[in-house]
Ligand binder design. Structure first.
Ligand code: XBP
Ligand code: MG
Length: 258
């Protein structure tokens, strides 16, 4: 049996509910600064989340929802500039401390650290956004809790491609059988599963109706000793919150069935 050696976390929607009241607001502020009459509503943003990556999402919006828009000749650079402004607004929002970590995240990370299980991040978001979230919502020194932070444009293809998880596994120098991935979305699960990682899902408002085929366990949150999770699918072995013991149990069963 391969023992659990690392936990690999997605960021947006998994560590914190960042999309609706974080990224979406930051995009809208950047659009307003640029004099664009674009406003991404809560509902529209849910549709745009189909495309991962902020720059890719802006391009998708123009193509799909705004065909009258006359793009500048250097569209790629123009989008990159707009996206850089969005990142400034997003990190500013996080520095105001308005977005907390999701229930049970800090407890699980601390437990892993105590027990010598390594931590890593695999996300499509921009590296500066990860740092801002960890420092403001977790702990000032928490960037250092993670052996590897794989983020943004570091790999050629974003989720649902497996590239970011493959990159993190390579940097960790671990076999996927020794790791568990944590995701919140269908695109994320496709990515982690394509990298052969057993995957736990915590859903959120935007992703609760996604198809999580391939995930081992789908729950509404990690929960806490006094705040039970709801099991949506999979076997939680009578646990009421997600801890390292449950993580080890899930991985053991997955590896036994291979
Ligand atoms: C997160 C994303 C990101 C964020 C925005 O997906 O898709 O694009 O919404 O971040 P995941 P950037 O949780 O699967 O990693 O604007 O920095 O790209
Ligand atoms: Mg996510």
């Amino acid at each position: 049996m391969t023992q659990l050696q690392a936990l690999i976390f997605d960021v947006d929607g998994t560590l914190a509910d960042t999309e609706r009241d974080g990224h979406r607001i930051a995009f809208n502020r950047a659009f307003a600064d640029a004099g664009l009459a674009w406003e991404w509503s809560v509902e529209l943003y849910g549709e745009l989340l189909e495309v991962t990556g902020g720059k890719e999402r802006i391009k998708f919006y123009i193509d799909r929802y705004n065909p009258e828009f006359e793009p500048p000749a250097n569209l790629k650079e123009w989008i990159a500039g707009l996206h850089a402004a969005k990142t400034k607004h997003y990190t500013q929002l996080l520095s105001e401390g308005t977005i907390p970590m999701r229930p049970g995240v800090k407890r699980l990370l601390l437990e892993a650290r105590q027990q010598g299980v390594r931590l890593a991040i695999a996300t499509t978001t921009t590296p500066a956004n990860v740092t801002a979230l960890l420092e403001n919502a977790l702990a000032p020194d928490s960037v250092g809790w993670f052996d590897i932070i794989g983020a943004g444009d570091i790999v050629p293809a974003k989720k649902p491609a497996p590239d970011i998880y493959d990159y993190v596994l390579k940097e960790l120098n671990l076999d996927p059988k020794a790791c568990l991935a944590f995701e919140d979305s269908q695109q994320g699960v496709k990515s982690s599963r394509a990298a052969n990682l057993a995957t736990i899902v915590t859903v959120n408002g935007y992703t609760q109706d996604h198809d999580f085929t391939g995930a081992e366990l789908v729950i509404d949150q990690f929960g806490e000793p006094d705040q039970s999770f709801q099991v949506i699918s999979g076997n939680a072995y009578s646990a009421s919150y997600f801890d390292l013991e449950l993580a080890e149990q899930v991985l053991k069963e997955v590896n036994a069935s291979l």
